[in-house]
Design a protein around this ligand. Structure first.
Ligand SMILES: NC(=O)c1ccc[n+]([C@@H]2O[C@H](COP(=O)([O-])OP(=O)(O)OC[C@H]3O[C@@H](n4cnc5c(N)ncnc54)[C@H](OP(=O)(O)O)[C@@H]3O)[C@@H](O)[C@H]2O)c1
Length: 339
């Protein structure tokens, strides 16, 4: 009997020690990652004033988009929050006005899962605004399970993260061209680097895996390169940006599969970049003077980084552009493309 009790006590003690060590290791790892981000995160040093300028930020009601919109408002810009949910957007608008003291913040409906909504948004902005200085294509989704289709019949994540960004941007370049200089900033991700052997014809195929997120972000990088080529004769410059790993809903919230939510949220909250930190590189590309010669390039931590292997393939950006135009030919009939 005594022997059994001793064995039981030993087992319980061992389990307790292992669990305690695992928790300790997780805490030490979280603190180490947090320190790493604190040390390596670079802050946009530019004090550029945006009074008199107009900026659009898509998906500005939360996450990195909110951080970017708040910064633009603090710099005095008129900020258009382009969001799909008007209630959430209105809440964000009031918070931004409150925090920045700039009342010139408006909400305009934009649902990137609908080409009709993109069309309406472009029409509203071009009718109501006399200028557009900054467009930040920030909104995106991740799909972990299965493959939803949009009401237009496309793989939802591809439409939201890439096709609609293509249409929206092309639809707004006419307005942006009126200024001497304007900026487009496209939010990408380090995940783009993990797409191997990308064939542009993959875009025609039906997919629906987590790989689609990486694929859409690679498309964003390639789109940025080709768009910059086509905008060379204009005052518009365009950049793709990896914001780093940021504590937002996309990583730690609504897209995380159920059973993992609590653990992932707990760990991530303590080790990732804050929204303000994650917004720094997009802000840098939008407001820093004198970086026009880097149009088409990719930025991380407020500096240009070397192109990685996939996007170095010289013909790929043009090929992707052609395939995208082919896929979107019906939608593009309404868009006046001058280049
Ligand atoms: N967080 C990171 O670690 C990380 C890392 C690399 C890249 N990024 C990129 O950074 C950008 C911002 O991400 P985040 O982390 O801030 O994400 P987030 O917190 O999930 O915010 C995404 C925003 O996009 C909006 N959105 C989603 N679907 C939309 C649609 N159909 N039409 C219009 N808006 C839509 C969301 O609106 P609702 O609130 O209405 O859903 C929300 O405002 C994304 O492009 C993402 O890929 C993020």
């Amino acid at each position: 009997m005594v022997v059994v009790l001793v064995i039981l006590a030993t087992i319980i003690l061992s389990i307790t020690i292992v669990v305690a060590l695992a928790i300790l290791a997780a805490i030490i790892l979280s603190v180490a990652i947090k320190i790493y981000f604190k040390v390596t995160t670079r802050w946009c040093p530019s004090a550029t004033c945006l009074v008199g300028k107009v900026a659009i930020v898509t998906g500005a009601n939360t996450g990195i988009g909110y951080g970017i919109a708040l910064d633009f408002a603090k710099r005095g810009a008129k900020v258009i929050l382009a969001c799909r949910n008007l209630n959430r957007a209105e809440e964000a608008r009031l918070k931004i006005i409150n925090e920045s003291g700039n009342a010139n913040v408006v909400v305009t409906l934009l649902d990137l899962s609908s080409f009709e909504s993109v069309d309406n948004f472009v029409n509203t902005v071009t009718e109501c605004e006399e200028r557009l200085d900054i467009l930040v294509n920030n909104a995106a989704i991740i799909e972990f399970d299965g493959c939803r289709l949009s009401k237009d019949g496309y793989v939802l994540i591809r439409q939201v993260n890439y096709f609609s960004v293509f249409l929206l941007t092309l639809g707004l370049t006419g307005l942006m061209e009126r200024n001497e200089s304007s900026r487009i900033v496209n939010l990408s991700s380090m995940m783009a680097k993990f797409v191997c052997n990308f064939k542009v014809n993959e875009l025609y195929q039906f997919s629906g895996t987590l790989n689609d997120y990486s694929l859409t972000k690679l498309c964003i990088n390639l789109f940025t390169i080709e768009l910059a080529n086509r905008l060379k004769q204009t005052g518009i410059s365009v950049y793709s940006v990896n914001p780093g790993s940021v504590d937002t809903d996309i990583l730690t919230g609504r897209y995380t599969p159920g059973p993992l939510i609590i653990m992932v949220k707990f760990l991530m909250r303590f080790c990732l970049k804050t929204v303000e930190e994650g917004a720094q590189t997009p802000i840098y590309c939008a407001v820093t003077k004198g970086i026009e010669m880097y149009s088409g390039e990719h930025f991380e931590e407020c500096r240009k980084v070397d192109r990685y292997r996939t996007v170095k393939v010289p013909e790929l950006p043009k090929k992707l552009w052609d395939v995208t135009e082919d896929i979107l030919r019906l939608q593009l009939e309404n868009v006046k493309i001058k280049f």
